[in-house]
Design a protein around this ligand. Structure first.
Ligand SMILES: NC(=O)c1ccc[n+]([C@@H]2O[C@H](COP(=O)([O-])OP(=O)(O)OC[C@H]3O[C@@H](n4cnc5c(N)ncnc54)[C@H](OP(=O)(O)O)[C@@H]3O)[C@@H](O)[C@H]2O)c1
Length: 243
C-alpha cells in the first residue's frame, strides 16, 4: 500500500531534496511505496520535481497551493482525502524569509512572513493532524530553523515566525503523544538554497546542501515505528554563518 506523503515547498531547495530522497528510498525497499504529494505556488517547479521522483519509481501528485490562503489549504486537504483517503506524513517545509535590519522591516514584510510561516503552517497542521489523530498514526515534520532558538540581527521577522513554529511543535507534540503520531522538529543552520539569493563563494563553500537535511529526514521517517526522532539540529561544521 502507498504511503501518502505531503511535502510543502517541494519545488525548490530543502523540500525538493526531501521529495527526491523519499523517492530514492523506495528503490531498494519493497515495503516502502511512497506517493508524494508535491505542494508549492509554482506548478512548473513541481512538475520537474515530479519527473525526477518518478524516475526512481515513486508515484507523485502535484497540487499547486499557496498555504498562506486557508481556502487553498482546505482545497488541498479535501482533494488529497478524496483521491487517497488518508495522509501518512506531512512535511511542513514551505517557508519564506525577508532579511534586513529591524528598522527596514515593513508591514508587508510582517504579513508576508507570518502568513506562510505561521498561519499556513498552523492551519495545514491542524487539518492534517485531525486525520492522523483519528487513525492513530502518522508523522509530521516541521522544518523550522536554528533561528527558532537563536536570534540573528537581519532575521527579526523570520526568527519571530520560527520561534512561533517551535511553539506549535511543542503544543502539537502534547496531542500527538496520546495518539501514536510522531512529531519531528528539524532545525537546520545555513543551507545553500534559492532562499539565500546570491551568495559569495567564500560563504557558499561553508554552507550545507539541501541533501544534508533531506537524508536525516527520510531516515527519521523510516526508522522503527516504536521510535520518534523528536529533534534534528543540523549545522555546518563551522557553526552559524550569519549574524
Ligand atoms: N536555507 C536555509 O538556510 C534554511 C535554514 C533553516 C531552515 N530553513 C527552512 O527550510 C524551509 C525551506 O527553505 P529553503 O531554503 O529550501 O527555501 P526555498 O529554496 O526558498 O524554497 C521554499 C519553497 O517553499 C515554497 N513556498 C514558499 N511560500 C509558500 C507558500 N505560501 N505556499 C506554498 N509553498 C510556498 C517555495 O515555492 P513557491 O515560491 O513556488 O511557492 C519553495 O518551493 C523553510 O521553512 C526555511 O525557513 C531554511
Amino acid at each position: 500500500m502507498n504511503q501518502i506523503i505531503l511535502i510543502t515547498g517541494a519545488g525548490k531547495g530543502i523540500g525538493k531534496a526531501i521529495a527526491v530522497d523519499f523517492a530514492k528510498a523506495s528503490v531498494n525497499n519493497v515495503s516502502f511505496k511512497p506517493l508524494l504529494i508535491l505542494v508549492s505556488r509554482t506548478a512548473s517547479d513541481l512538475e520537474s520535481v515530479a519527473i525526477e521522483c518518478r524516475s526512481y519509481g515513486a508515484e507523485t501528485d502535484v497540487m499547486q497551493t499557496d498555504i498562506a490562503d486557508i481556502t487553498q489549504i482546505d482545497q488541498l486537504i479535501t482533494t488529497t482525502l478524496e483521491r487517497y483517503g488518508t495522509i501518512d506524513c506531512l512535511v511542513n517545509n514551505a517557508g519564506v524569509g525577508r532579511f534586513k535590519a529591524i528598522d527596514e522591516m515593513t508591514e508587508d514584510d510582517f504579513d508576508y512572513t507570518m502568513a506562510t510561516n505561521l498561519k499556513g503552517t498552523f492551519f495545514l497542521t491542524q487539518k492534517v493532524f485531525a486525520v492522523m489523530e483519528k487513525k492513530r498514526s502518522g508523522h509530521i515534520f516541521f522544518i523550522t530553523s536554528i533561528a527558532a532558538e537563536t536570534a540573528f540581527k537581519s532575521s527579526s521577522l523570520y526568527s519571530m515566525s520560527k520561534f512561533g513554529q517551535k511553539g506549535l511543535v511543542e503544543t502539537i507534540r502534547l496531542y500527538a503523544k496520546t495518539c501514536n503520531v510522531r512529531i519531528t522538529n528539524v532545525m537546520p543552520g545555513a543551507v545553500y538554497t534559492p532562499m539565500w539569493g546570491e551568495v559569495p563563494d567564500a560563504i557558499k563553500n561553508v554552507m550545507m546542501m539541501p541533501e544534508d537535511i533531506s537524508a536525516p529526514v527520510v531516515h527519521a521517517y523510516l526508522t522503527s515505528p516504536r521510535t520518534s526522532v523528536e529533534e534534528l539540529v543540523i549545522r555546518p561544521v563551522c557553526g552559524d554563518i550569519n549574524e
